[in-house]
Write a protein that binds this ligand. Structure first.
Ligand code: CP
Ligand code: NVA
Length: 308
């Protein structure tokens, strides 16, 4: 595996391996044991969109593994002045050991990976957010013994988060149900591919209660993603009825957990009592970005040679 651009490109055993390694790295870090597996390595990070979790967890992850991360705001580089993607990717490959890119078009990260000799990690595009959903399945592995058979109900916009859940469902035997309003469905090709290949099940409905029924996990995300700010008002109207709140949680299993990739808008896609309630695991979920991404960094930068 050279890059991490989409969960769809991973095998189920690679995903299991990542989860296992993340578990070990989390234990090491909780017992204050050092693991300097990436000593001498440098990660570049090009961000064309805002970030709190992704930026921090990659930077801290590199530091904890003995390496260095360099944050590159694209507007301060020659990229913003039109230097070609091809040249940029080649130059980056001469200085860095890997690069994380957060941008708009998935094509940009795919092309960058084609030109770069170093691993490229998708830190979120309009289409996908693979690091988030890999971290989320790691979180579910901490909570459910047979996490791969969980019923995950995704309620809301058919966006990058929904598409990455669908890609995961094409690889792992989860039961995924998505409730999205008409006109806000996930990517058609990603969904069709998953329907053909899913080892578990995948269901798309417009009824949040149908999706949430007997679910082990209720998952939601913002109604307007980065880059869609001017649609915010319209989306608030169109997504009425898709809020994860106490009424919806009632139809899920009693043991259900509530997830949100964050940042959250309390009172829009999720009610404050639910996100701040007993069943919410959003902060465990956010923490696990760090551990799972450390496993990704090791896998891409040093393969099997991990030391501890
Ligand atoms: N969930 C997530 O990717 O958060 P940031 O946008 O803060 O990185
Ligand atoms: N769908 C959201 C996810 C943020 C982590 C966005 O793209 O803005």
């Amino acid at each position: 595996m050279k890059d991490l651009l989409s969960i769809y490109a991973l095998t189920p055993s690679t995903i299991e391996e990542m989860i296992g390694r993340a578990k070990l790295l989390k234990q090491l870090s909780q017992s204050s044991k050092m693991c300097l597996s990436l000593q001498g390595k440098t990660l570049g990070m090009i961000f064309e969109k805002s970030s709190t979790r992704t930026r921090l967890s990659f930077e801290v992850g590199m530091t904890q593994l003995g390496g260095t991360a360099i944050f590159i705001s694209s507007r301060d580089t020659q990229i913003a002045r039109g230097e070609s993607l091809q040249d940029t990717a080649k130059i980056f490959s001469r200085y860095l050991d890997a690069v994380v890119i957060r941008t708009f078009a998935q094509q940009y990260v795919d092309d960058f990976a084609n030109y770069a000799e170093i691993p490229v990690i998708n830190g979120l595009t309009d289409l996908l957010h693979p690091c988030q959903i890999l971290s989320d399945i790691f979180t579910l592995s901490e909570i459910f013994c047979d996490y791969s058979r969980c019923k995950v109900a995704y309620i809301g916009d058919g966006n990058n988060i929904a598409n990455s859940w669908i890609n995961l469902a094409a690889k792992m035997p989860i039961n995924l149900s998505l409730a999205c309003p008409k006109g806000y469905e996930p990517n058609v090709e990603i969904l069709a591919r998953c329907c053909n290949e899913a080892p578990g099940s995948v269901l798309l409905t417009q009824d949040p209660f149908e999706a949430a029924k007997d679910a082990d996990v209720l998952y939601t995300d913002v109604w307007a993603s980065m880059g869609q700010e001017e649609e915010q008002e319209k989306r608030i109207r169109d997504f009425m009825g898709y809020r994860v709140d106490a009424r919806l949680l009632q139809v899920a299993k009693k043991s259900a957990v509530v997830m949100h990739c964050l940042p959250a808008h309390r009172g829009e896609e999720i009610s404050a009592d639910v996100i701040d309630g007993k069943q919410s695991i959003v902060f465990q979920q956010a923490e696990n970005r760090l551990h799972l991404q450390k496993a990704i960094l090791e896998m891409l930068m040093i393969g099997g040679k991990k030391g501890e």
